[in-house]
Ligand binder design. Structure first.
Ligand code: GTP
Ligand code: MG
Length: 173
């Protein structure tokens, strides 16, 4: 019963990480507000949004944290990861370098978080098929070898955005 409109049965923290400009902030704004910004500015520090979903009749709230991909704009790393139950590790399918850096992000995640964190590798900007640099098979293979879920998404045309977040949140739950 949620008649006072305040009681939340579950609240999970999910973090989004990955290189600058891979689309982390737009994935979050697409999921939480159905908004996309073609000219979004680089994130400075940390931002978060809370989003509710219904799982098996229970209200589950995810507090989704978004930080800067650029080192100089990042806040204290350990605080960012503390208490996280899920993580989306994002690269841009049209920029090979962002995929090459996935290993570093994964290492940072593993250093600062619990082993039980639900992790998903996300190849974003799959709408940019004509300038793709990372084949979907490569993303899949990396995810498999590292024990991550995998999905390609587009914050621009909404492909798989809700599915990706909800899969991670359901896995936590
Ligand atoms: P930092 O905050 O610097 O770490 O970057 P970010 O990962 O938050 O990237 P952001 O969401 O700001 O997006 C960077 C640029 O990519 C913006 O111009 C977005 O409009 C664009 N973008 C984000 N997602 C997509 C997508 O799915 N497809 C396309 N074509 N462009 C996207
Ligand atoms: Mg950002």
């Amino acid at each position: 019963d949620d008649s006072d409109g305040e009681a939340e049965e579950y609240l999970f923290k999910v973090v989004i990480i990955g290189d600058s400009a891979v689309g982390k902030s737009n994935l979050l704004s697409r999921y939480a507000r159905n908004e996309f910004n073609l000219h979004s500015k680089a994130t400075i520090g940390v931002e978060f949004q809370t989003q509710s979903m219904d799982i098996d009749g229970k209200e589950v709230k995810a507090q989704i944290w978004d930080t800067a991909g650029q080192e100089r704009f990042r806040a204290v790393t350990s605080a960012y990861y503390r208490g996280a139950f899920g993580a989306l590790l994002v690269y841009d399918i049209s920029r090979r370098g962002t995929f090459d850096n996935v290993g570093r992000w994964l290492q940072e995640l593993n250093t600062h978080s619990d082993t039980t964190v639900a992790k998903m590798l996300v190849g974003n900007k799959c709408d940019l098929e004509n300038i793709r640099e990372v084949p979907v098979e490569e993303g899949k293979a990396l995810a498999e070898s590292e024990g991550l879920f995998f999905m390609e998404t587009s914050a621009l045309d909404s492909t798989n955005v809700n599915t990706a977040f909800e899969l991670v949140i359901k896995e936590i739950y």
